[in-house]
Design a protein around this ligand. Sequence first.
Ligand SMILES: [Fe+2]
Length: 449
Amino acid sequence: MFSGLGLGSTALLGWGFNSFNILGRENYYLQGNFAPVKEIITEDRLEVVGNIPKDLSGLYLRNGPNPMSKPNIKKYHWFGGEGMLHGVRLDGGKAVWYRNRQVGGNNANTHVISHAKKIYAIVEAGGSPVEIDQELNSLTEEPFYGTLKTGFTAHTKLDPKSQELHGITYNFPRGTYEAHHVVVGKDGRINRADLLPLSSGTMLHECAITENYVLVFDLSITFSFLKLGTGYFPFSWNNDHQARIGLLNRKTNDGVIKWFSIDPCYFFHTVNAYEDERGNVIVDAMKYQKLFDEDWNGPFTEFPPHLTRWSLNLSTGNASEQQLDDLPAEFPRMHPDLNGKVNRYGYSLGVGSGQKPDFGRIIKYDFAKNTNEVYELSEEMEGAEPVFIPAENQKSEDEGYLLLYVYNKETNKSDLVIFDAQSIKSGPRATVKLPQRVPFGFHGSWVPA
Ligand SMILES: [Fe+2]
């Protein structure tokens, strides 16, 4: 994620001698299924257990870090490896192929999205999006028809009405931090790139949109020269920085951000944001009480992330906060057409509350009933981000499928598993056996055929 800085990622390369970092903590992010795979495979004979839904025709794509050179184990950060894509094509109930391919050009390692008939591997902090073809090959064209003049982001938000993609981006042109609100039009070209009044060096991983606003998450992790200078991932917990959520008015577009102070925290990922009937802005996200403070290699060993709701009261200017679930979880997803609108359901990957990463459960939230439903993976299995795909001719919000890669420690391979989102407790309805493991990565998308 920080590869785009161009400020010294080579300092990360070299030979490590053990897996403990500078503070005596173990670096989990090169072990087990965090470790990279080296084989580039195309396989069209895939064993399938169960029934793949016939209305799932398209490409399930996922991006994540896969360091190809030998990293320094003490200093390696999970966000730092070169991007690798893993994809499975499904067609009318059949699994047609599995492929994995390195992302070309740079380290666009965080997400892969489709927009305006193009597919892009994307990353924050200045790395250029890389256009990908339907067979996972990296193309050399400039992203967005050459119209991108700023950094980009790992998380865009599609406005379901205008079909525009919104992103809050940051980069370091000439060594100085700059943040922008960027909009990619329905035509696949950048149609706005407004400089934001923000100089904090905040790690802006995600944004959100509502009917009237774009949300800016200026939280407690900021750029660190100390970490950069010593060859570590250059973002750090910063207690001195006032965490706040900002609202940029999408209707007036006056560039003014209305800020709401919140308690120190960080979140990478929102489930969603929307305006309630009183005009308050509601944000649901996976909150970390603290991270990147004592562990400089990854997010899962300090405080577990919890689903938390912030309500921003526009009349008083105050924000209130409430934890919604006590099961630690990350990588939330929901219906792709509900950005900025009230969503009843959400889905996430349970991450465990221990001192090391543990991806053993899939969680579904019902925000109307304030309940959850959990599917516990068996002992030898570990999951990843569950992507929700609406069923064809969908009649209710949760009618559809959850697709995710699941790693099997015993076979040292992964499966693509498909759940019916209305009954995740019944377990996978179909499992596609893959010829190798898919390392734990970050994010993926469904690209309909
Ligand atoms: Fe992310």
